[in-house]
Write a protein that binds this ligand. Structure first.
Ligand code: GAP
Length: 454
């Protein structure tokens, strides 16, 4: 399975999905840049999500909050006090490790939610060493928020944090959204944006990085209704995963035990996906109660209540259910699900079986050869398709090699322009998955591809 991950990482680099970050300067550990194909797929994921959770729903609106917020936000949210992981250091190499991960690896138990004291006791009792075989410093909590400073002064007052989750901008703007949209409970606010965490052990390609993108929803409701909406979001998330082409038999909704819940949550389901490197969290769904709004009301001294439109005397601080999605992990799950190898005529064909709406390109336009007016005709065909589909034109190399390249980047349809095109106005359309070819009139192409890419 590790082998599969290597193949995916190599394909991503070779074909332009994901590049190592700052590569010409020797890279920056665990940073990645999305190439032309990866950038398009991330856009496809975000657009599909936004359309489905904001544009096509009457009970949801969008928000685009800033990355830098008043540091008091992170005190009120509990991130300054609690958003930390237990860290140990190799006394020789000074490499840092997650204490809970080392305990889990060595003892084969779950160390989620253990205190630093419990971890230290286990490390001592079992004489756990670093992966290099050296002694470890005692575990201490390490806050994951990145700090930076604003302005010219170097004093403590200028410290700000890069947001570790997008969610807080939604809570902080709750009253603004309520007053400007006149939404009534239950309603949700959705947001897409970058988040930053100074992870002690990033890794596994784009799975755990220091900078990543989240798509988050805070669904505001009355306390008594939380379970109904929680269950509805479970169903929504499972359905959305299938629609993206994520292997549903590799996706598991795991209820998190009470003692392992995040500081704000009363119930959490982790949607875990069987990545090639193990079963790991893809998305999360948490019932955050009214923890955040209550704390922001207390710290900001601003009323964050909701008045029942039918009974003005009824005031409450709404509770929330929070579905949260990582864009990068979603892309990785799609890549892992789509990767297929098939034996064709004694050769291995690598094909990314993306759903057409997720594929970087939906159509490839290929002149059989450059000469004889075929290149010009192919460009003309592509011009007609570009307003409707994401298209790539390719005239380089043998047609067989060009088909294989399109298979590797997951293009569902390859249109070949040949000499018959010049005579009869028809092209061949090759289906990526079946490799079958049909002759279609250029006049029918838009309708044909639209029908088959829905
Ligand atoms: N607002 C709740 C929250 O942030 P989380 O489980 O810590 O919850 C939500 O993060 C999602 O963000 C995760 O399910 C995952 O998809 C993504 N994510 C979290 N940390 C990440 C990291 N270091 N690298 C890439 N994605 C990450």
């Amino acid at each position: 399975m590790e082998d599969l991950m290597e193949k995916i990482v190599s394909l991503c680099k070779r074909r332009g999905f994901v590049f190592p970050g700052s590569e010409i300067y020797g890279g920056l550990a665990n940073s990645w840049d999305y190439g032309p194909l990866g950038a398009q797929m991330r856009m496809n994921i975000k657009t599909d999500w936004w359309k489905k959770v904001v544009e096509q729903r009457d009970d949801m609106v969008g928000l685009d909050g800033s990355i830098l917020m008043n540091p008091k936000v992170w005190i009120a949210s509990g991130h300054v006090g609690h958003f930390s992981d237990p860290l140990v250091e190799d006394v020789e190499s000074h490499k840092r490790y997650r204490a809970d991960h080392l305990v889990e690896e060595v003892l084969g138990i779950s160390a989620d939610g253990m205190s630093t004291q419990e971890l230290n006791e286990l490390i001592q009792k079992n004489n756990i060493k670093s992966p290099e075989g050296n002694a470890l410093t005692p575990a201490k909590q390490f806050n994951l928020m990145f700090e930076t400073k604003i302005g010219k002064t170097e004093d403590d007052k200028s410290v700000v944090y890069l947001r570790p989750e997008t969610a807080q901008a939604i809570f902080v703007n709750f009253k603004n959204v309520l007053d400007t949209t006149r939404k009534r409970l239950p309603f949700g606010v959705a947001q897409i944006g970058k988040a930053f965490r100074n992870e002690i052990t990033p890794g596994n390609f784009v799975f755990r990085t220091l900078e990543f993108e989240q798509m988050e929803i805070e669904y505001f409701l009355e306390e008594g209704d939380w379970e109904t909406h929680f269950n509805a979001w479970v169903a929504w998330m499972q359905k959305w995963a299938a629609s993206l082409g994520i292997q549903t038999d590799h996706l598991h909704a795991e209820d998190i035990a009470q003692e392992k819940l995040a500081h704000y949550s009363k119930r959490t389901i982790d949607f875990e996906f069987e990545f090639p490197f193990g079963k790991k969290e893809l998305w999360g769904l948490a019932y955050r109660t009214n923890f955040d709004l209550t704390n922001h009301q207390e710290h900001s001294k601003q009323k964050l209540e909701y008045s029942d439109p039918n009974d003005n005397s009824k005031k409450l601080i709404p509770h929330v259910v929070e579905p949260t999605f990582g864009v990068d992990r979603t892309l990785l799950a799609i890549l892992c699900s789509a990767y297929h190898e098939e034996e064709v005529e004694g050769e291995t064909r690598v094909v990314m079986k993306f759903k057409p709406h997720m594929a970087p390109y939906q159509v490839a336009v290929l002149p059989l050869m450059k000469k004889g007016g075929l290149a010009e005709k192919a460009r003309e065909v592509m011009e007609g398709l570009l307003p409707h589909f994401r298209c790539e034109y390719d005239e380089t190399g043998s047609i067989g090699k060009r088909y294989r390249r399109q298979d590797e980047i997951g293009t569902p349809y390859a249109i070949t322009v040949d000499f018959e095109t010049l005579e009869s106005g028809t092209v061949t359309v090759r289906n990526r998955d079946t490799m079958e070819q049909e002759r279609i009139s250029t006049n029918d192409l838009i309708e044909y591809i639209s029908r088959n890419t829905k």
